[in-house]
Design a protein around this ligand. Structure first.
Ligand code: KIV
Ligand code: ZN
Length: 516
């Protein structure tokens, strides 16, 4: 029997990016989009084109690269947004505009300050205008979970008539319970049958995003919107890997449905997102958490040895996790083996980028005995974030970390010139960052500092993530990677400054103090 395909609409690059601290640069987004395509998602929501020139640029580049998935941009129901979305995805092989407006009484009255009939007019205009750019238009009733079902039907009739082929019903605030989502989806899919696909987009504020999505599928939804690792605003969005694996593992229940997802790409995709964003899934996170396949108790271990199915409902290899092959390369590995490994980890790099990464790998292999998949992921993603390098750390010397006053001397390169300066600080990291401030003339406000070891062993790489605000503007994330934690910290801080300076016009603005 032919199974019905549930379309997987991935919004990691749009709603996922709205997770605090999850912002990604263009090169990182392109790598993620390539991996999402390999994973087999039907639709990649690549961003919100009107949000910033950076978002537009990333969507445009993703559109030129992706071939097998539909590339989509979000747009408010405003002409300028729809135009930006249409232009950003113009070069995509398969393209979609996703436009939305709020439909719940509370949003219409307080946020939009609009009457329901005005909301319908705006929605219709947006869909009609979107159809002048693309054939495939999705319309979302923002806060559908708290909207009146009669109004949902009325606005759906109008936007379908205007040319929308997908009606998305987001539970924007994650308020609904599975039986309520099921009832709403059933009524709406019966009402729109044969005219549009019903989609759901469930937020996870009550921890029910995945359960609500599965209930929606049972009741007629044929598209689910979700993110890798459940990234997203507040408590996040329904996790793609959990929805897909529930459909697969419980195919006895979901026997009529299938997806295009290659589940063996789930784990590599999850690792790529965690490495790029610096946001690790909690250890006990279903499917992709570090402990998802770890059996600690003696009774469980005994059962596993006798028959894995006693305690394991998913085989690690089904999600692309090879429990026996985490140790990968060493200092004698050649470029060909390294390149092959990059491919297996989902990186699609040009020759120059491979050569740069290989050089860094060799330097690391001289200092670190065993190199793991996660080391390579960190190495390569770190290289990507360096695309726009204005300042570069040349060397770092710490002068007193135990007694007395911590102090640091830093040498930085800018446009071929090397500048050195030193500072004291409340602690060593404070001294390092202040020395950098003295050289660059930008006083960064450190809002967050995190250090994580990338793989195992005393010689593990330190991956430092900082959140820094420059000139009182919204904070920027920077990542730094090194065996030496202080050097990784300095690189993370300079990385954040480089990202800040790569924003439009920033380099032209003079800092309050320049010592060059
Ligand atoms: O949560 C939400 O309502 C959204 C829409 C823009 C689809 O993200
Ligand atoms: Zn959302």
């Amino acid at each position: 029997m032919n199974k019905e395909i549930i379309k997987i609409f991935d919004t990691t690059l749009r709603d996922g990016e709205q997770s605090p601290g999850a912002s990604m640069n263009t090169e990182e987004k392109i790598q993620i989009a390539a991996q999402l395509e390999r994973l087999g998602v039907d639709i990649i929501e690549a961003g919100f084109a009107a949000a910033s020139p950076g978002d537009f640029d990333a969507i445009e580049k993703i559109s030129q690269k992706v071939e097998r998935s539909t590339v989509c941009s979000l747009a408010r129901a405003i002409d300028a947004d729809v135009k930006a979305a249409g232009e950003a995805i113009a070069k995509a092989k398969m393209k979609r505009i996703h436009t939305f407006i709020a439909t719940s009484p509370i949003h219409m009255e307080y946020k939009l300050k609009m009457k329901p009939d005005e909301v319908i007019k705006r929605a219709v205009r947006a869909v009609e205008y979107a159809r002048t750019f693309v054939e495939d238009v999705e319309f979302s009733c923002e806060d559908a979970g708290r909207s009146d079902i009669g109004f949902l039907k009325e606005i759906s009739d109008a936007v379908i008539e205007a040319g929308a082929s997908t009606i998305n019903l987001p539970d924007t605030v994650g308020f609904r319970l599975p039986f309520e989502i099921g009832a709403m989806v059933k009524e709406m899919s019966e009402y729109t049958k044969g005219r549009a696909i019903i989609s759901v987009h469930n937020h996870n504020d009550l921890g029910l995003g995945v359960a609500n999505s599965l209930e929606a599928i049972m009741n007629g939804a044929r598209q689910v919107e979700c993110t890798i690792n459940g990234l997203g605003e507040r408590a996040g969005n329904a996790a793609l890997e959990e929805i897909v694996m529930a459909l697969k593992v419980r195919s006895d229940v979901f026997k009529d449905f299938d997806t295009h997802i290659n589940t063996k790409e789930i784990y590599p995709t999850s690792r790529l997102i965690a490495t790029i964003t610096g946001i690790e899934p909690q250890p006990n996170k279903a499917i992709v958490g570090k402990n998802a396949f770890a059996h600690e108790s003696g009774i469980h271990q005994d059962g596993m040895l006798k028959n894995k199915e006693t305690y394991e409902i998913i085989r690690p290899e089904d999600i692309g996790l090879d429990m026996t092959d985490t140790l990968v390369l060493g200092k004698h590995s050649g470029r060909a083996a390294f390149k092959d490994k990059l491919g297996k980890l989902g990186f699609d790099l040009d020759d120059d980028a491979i050569n740069r990464a290989f050089e860094r790998f060799k330097i690391l292999a001289d200092r670190k005995k065993e190199i793991y998949d996660d080391d390579i992921r960190a190495l390569v993603t770190n290289e990507m974030t360096k695309a726009t390098q204005v300042y570069e750390i040349v060397s770092l010397q710490l002068m007193d970390c135990s007694e007395g006053v911590p102090s640091a001397a830093v040498k930085i390169r800018r446009e071929g010139k090397e500048i050195i300066d030193a500072s004291i600080g409340g602690g060593t990291i404070d001294a390092v960052f202040k020395a950098i401030d003295r050289i660059t003339g930008y006083q960064g406000e450190l809002e967050d500092y995190k250090v994580k070891s990338v793989s195992e062993g005393k010689d593990a790489l330190a991956n430092v993530t900082v959140k820094v605000s420059f000139n009182g503007e919204p904070a920027i994330i920077g990542h730094g990677l090194n065996i030496d934690t202080m050097l990784a910290s300095a690189r993370a801080y300079i990385g954040a400054l480089n990202s800040y300076l790569s924003m439009e016009g920033k380099l032209k603005e003079r800092p309050h103090k320049v010592i060059l």
